[in-house]
Design a protein around this ligand. Structure first.
Ligand code: SF4
Ligand code: SF4
Length: 179
């Protein structure tokens, strides 16, 4: 299981890298930083990641949810934390799921991991997914390395495994990221 020390390492590993050399929010008005028309947009924290926060952050709104109700794997402990950004964040404090976007891991049947563009059905268009914008090598490298570490946590691997089988079941096209 990932420890607080592991999360600190993951935060350090991903601290200085971004998809583009410039702020990609300038392409879309930072649309993924907003809570959405129905307050539905936010970020799930990974198990134990909540220890990276004080819960007094004035840019985050917290919601504790039941992982079973949100269709997380049975191995996930309760509660699972869903956070919404209510103001611009201090970049060094971004949750991991924000740091990885728009990339995601996909586990093949033989257990090898592919790094792909996110296949989630989003209520907005991310220009990094929709367009042909090359991502920075160092971002791809750090994201791949971080996911390889994270897959060592059974609970996170269960989630990635379930998401991967879902993609196969739905025949979702995979855009694999090289590098
Ligand atoms: S990740 Fe995509 S949607 Fe989010 S700010 Fe960057 S370009 Fe916009
Ligand atoms: S953590 Fe920061 S960059 Fe990520 S969605 Fe929230 S405000 Fe945007």
């Amino acid at each position: 299981m990932l420890t607080l020390n592991d999360y600190n390492k993951l935060y350090n590993l991903t601290a200085g890298v971004t998809p583009l050399p410039k702020d990609c929010g300038t392409l879309c008005g930072s649309i993924c930083c907003r809570p959405g028309r129905h307050n539905e947009l936010g970020i799930y924290l990974f198990p134990g990641e909540e220890a990276m926060f004080t819960r007094r952050e004035n840019w985050l709104n917290w919601e504790a949810q039941d992982p079973a109700e949100q269709c997380f794997p049975a191995s996930w402990p309760a509660p699972v934390y869903f956070v919404r950004c209510t103001a611009p964040c201090p970049r060094e404090s971004r949750p991991l799921a924000c740091r990885f976007f728009p990339l995601a891991p996909h586990l093949q049947r033989d257990g090898t991991m592919l790094l792909i563009y996110e296949t989630l059905d989003l209520p907005y268009t991310c220009p990094l997914i929709a367009g042909d914008v090359p991502l920075q090598e160092k971002f791809i490298h750090a994201t791949r390395l971080a996911w390889q570490i994270m897959l060592g946590d059974r609970r996170i691997r269960d989630l990635v495994e379930e998401d991967s089988r879902y993609r196969e079941e739905k025949n979702l096209p995979l855009r694999v990221v090289e590098g």
